[in-house]
Design a binder for this molecule. Structure first.
Ligand code: SAH
Length: 241
């Protein structure tokens, strides 16, 4: 039997017999793009109530409705991993946000650093990217997204129980690797294209909860560094084990 493939992230509560209105964008996607119609079965999730099989009961150009049939997966708690990153250019930030969802980050903390390009993080856009990524990768929850916060302020109020794995480009190739690190909670800090300033580097190096790490002998772009660091962390300490 063919399995339902399309997954939609919805805001509504999910439960047996629950009727779910679709947004205009979801109706367009399901009926216009995917050519589904009444009777089609898809999967829905909302980050709280697990994943449910649902059936289309109304299909219009701009609206539609589903009914929840049965739960296909229980809600799981996400792996506890925060990503602190300096927003970079738009397309590259979108990439970081998307990959963070696919690789299982639970919270996105955009930070502004001395060399951060002044670009802001559009949270509505980031959320749309996260939903799409979660729909296609089978995730059951979306990371939380914070407002952009200056790194200095974040460090001043930091809970020392959560360590920061600091990807420090100055240690590229210095052999400071992630192997041997103990369990978390953890967060990962990736700098902007311009890297960290001397002042920031001195401050980070002096903090007991900050653990510097090298991501190999080459200087990576910020978005590559984010993917590489999350991958290493997931393989050593996270949900890939
Ligand atoms: N312009 C800087 C590089 C910044 S790279 C320079 O030329 O030195 C962007 C971010 O990616 C860095 O701040 C760091 O967090 C991370 N990064 C890139 N390559 C790295 C490496 N080999 N080791 C550790 N972190 C790295």
């Amino acid at each position: 039997m063919a399995m339902a493939k399309i997954r939609l992230c919805v805001d509504h509560a999910l439960g047996a017999g629950q009727s779910l209105p679709l947004t205009e964008a979801q109706a367009h996607y399901l009926f216009g793009v995917m050519r589904e119609g009444v009777g089609a079965r898809i999967l829905v999730f909302n980050g709280r109530d697990g994943e449910w099989l649902a059936e289309v009961t109304e299909a219009g150009k701009r609206k539609g409705r589903l009914i929840c049939i049965e739960r296909t997966r229980a809600q799981s708690t996400p792996t506890d991993l925060w990503l602190l990153f300096a927003p970079v250019k738009k397309a590259r930030t979108d990439f970081i946000v998307e990959k963070a969802v696919e690789l299982g980050v639970s919270r996105l903390v955009p930070v502004s650093t001395e060399f951060t390009n002044s670009e802001r993080l559009r949270r509505d856009k980031a959320e749309a990217h996260m939903r799409e990524a979660a729909e296609q990768c089978g995730a059951l929850c979306l990371p939380e997204v914070d407002e952009v916060t200056p790194l200095s302020r974040l460090l001043a109020g930091w809970d020392p129980a959560r360590r920061i794995l600091w990807a420090d480009e100055a240690r590229a190739g210095a052999g400071v690797t992630i192997a041997g690190l103990g369990p978390g909670p953890w967060s990962i800090l990736i700098g902007p294209e311009g890297g960290f300033s001397d002042e920031e580097r001195a401050r980070l190096a002096a903090l007991p909860f900050v653990v510097p790490v090298s991501l190999g002998p080459r200087i990576l772009r910020a978005e590559t560094a984010a993917v590489a660091a999350i991958t290493l962390w997931q393989a050593h300490l996270g949900d890939w084990r």
